[in-house]
Design a protein around this ligand. Structure first.
Ligand code: SAJ
Length: 435
């Protein structure tokens, strides 16, 4: 039987692993992306982002990559994995998705299966994707088929990956659903939950990630409260987590970053608003999490005030730009807000993250601080204050004697990831988040 042709539009954290997997499972795969540099890297077998598995697979894959959509009409299945960020007012930006749909509509032919993996709010498939595709004159559910399978990639996760993560697939007609389930069943080992509704599948992803955001906001609010009550919030959460049911531990920190958790709730908030419902709880949780960099800064300022010190002209090293440990991704990273706040106080800043190159940071953020590309130990030399904003292993492993030798007198542990007792007994001031 001849190989089925699959096109994956968008070759980022979501699309590229999916393209590599479909190729591995015997499909004839074409990856499409509008970033020429990314296309050239992939053609050379280089992963455009830090991912060991992807780098390995790129060495032996048969996927073809292109920046244009010209051969879409020869595809049997087209999966859309383009970014759907929110703008500075937290309004969802669906431009990349609409553009991909318009390109598909130009080449759309009967029997093609279109699957949207990008995170979208309920209603987008019916209100935006479907009408654009039907501009082709073809009818959804009759001529072509449409489903939504929300992406669930968890960057840096050693256990869960595109092959074994269970998936949810929703469609408004049985043929679209059946064809899409068939495709995923042929490439993944994870279970598949089929829903007879596009909207329900769209809602699943935003609900999953809003769940995580409100739970993080809950412990962040506890951290702010317990810092006044003199209670160590981490000890309390760890003790509460001994309850084997009905409790799921989350931990406070300097903020919530990434392209999922701080973004997805806004999809639900903005869509519900168009239908006359205001998600007060989700909005408050977003405000709490967005306010954590300022909370941590205020904690530092009050310690400096108590010592008659001013941040102005003090040397501060921010350890960690990435939004989560052991990955190199600064999207929505709270570190960026923290750096802005430090600059407002005219501190002398140095920044170090083993996963972020100067180039990738300096080109995207015109902040006039020095991104050091050396090591954690050299990055803290001459610093009066060190702020740990990401719990990278390199920072957790920094020895106290290295802090002392570097002349560090205050450590702000933005991820509660180092030993408060040991730091304090070495005579260094420790500032945690709720501890
Ligand atoms: N964070 C906290 N406290 C916590 C957990 C996370 O402050 O208890 C912060 C992290 O530092 C980070 C942000 O929240 O800045 C997001 O962390 P994350 O672990 O949720 O990482 P993500 O954004 O990669 O989330 C992904 C999501 N996967 C998808 O959207 C497909 C999310 O659904 C997963 O729950 C999450 O991975 C996971 O479980 O690791």
């Amino acid at each position: 039987m001849s190989k089925k042709n699959v096109a994956i539009i968008g070759l980022g954290y979501v699309g590229l692993p999916l393209a590599l997997l479909a190729d591995l499972k015997g499909y004839d795969v074409t990856g499409i992306d509008n970033d020429e540099q990314k296309i050239n890297q992939i053609k050379k077998g280089i992963s455009p982002f830090l991912d060991k598995q992807v780098s390995l697979q790129l060495k032996k894959t048969n996927i073809k990559v292109s920046i244009n959509y010209s051969n879409l009409q020869s595809m049997d299945i087209i999966v859309i994995c383009v970014p759907t960020p929110v703008d500075s007012n937290y309004v969802p930006n669906l431009e990349a998705l609409s553009l991909a749909c318009r390109e598909i509509a130009i080449h759309l032919r009967p029997k093609q299966v279109i699957i949207v993996e990008s995170t979208i709010n309920p209603g987008v498939c019916e209100d935006i994707v479907l009408p654009i595709l039907e501009e082709s004159g073809l009818k959804c559910g009759l001529d072509f088929f449409l489903s939504h399978c929300p992406e669930r990639i968890n960057p840096g996760d050693p256990k869960w990956n595109v092959t074994n993560i269970p998936r949810v697939i929703g469609a408004n007609d049985s043929i679209s659903l059946q064809k899409s389930v068939e495709f995923y069943k042929s490439i993944i080992t994870g279970n598949i939950k089929a829903l007879n509704s596009l909207k329900e599948a769209e809602a699943v992803k935003v609900v999953e990630n809003s769940f995580r955001d409100i739970n993080i906001a809950f412990v962040n609010e506890l951290a702010m409260s317990f810092s006044k009550l003199g209670i160590d919030v981490v000890n309390v959460i760890e003790a509460a987590a001994t309850k084997p049911f009905a409790f799921m531990a989350h931990y406070p920190g300097v903020g919530v970053g990434g392209h999922c958790i701080p973004v997805d709730p806004y999809y639900l908030i903005s869509y519900a608003k168009t239908k006359g419902f205001s998600h007060k709880f989700l909005s408050i949780a977003r405000k709490i999490n967005n306010g954590m960099p300022l909370f941590v800064m205020d904690q530092l300022i009050s310690v400096l005030d108590s010592k008659g010190l001013k941040l102005q002209n003090l040397n501060v090293t921010v350890l960690g730009l990435s939004y989560k440990p052991q990955v190199g991704d600064i999207r929505e990273s709270p570190s960026l807000k923290l750096i802005d706040l430090l600059l407002k106080h005219s501190a002398n800043i140095a920044v170090y993250d083993p996963f972020i190159s100067t180039h990738s940071y300096a080109t995207s953020h015109k902040q006039n601080n020095k991104l050091k590309e050396s090591s954690a130990v050299s990055a803290i030399q001459g610093s009066n204050i060190v702020i740990i904003a990401t719990a990278h292993k390199a920072f957790i492993n920094l020895k106290i004697k290295e802090y002392l030798k570097a002349g560090v007198s205050i450590i702000v542990d933005g991820r509660n990831c180092i030993d408060k007792k040991a730091i304090t007994s070495a005579g260094i001031v420790y500032i945690g988040v709720g501890r």
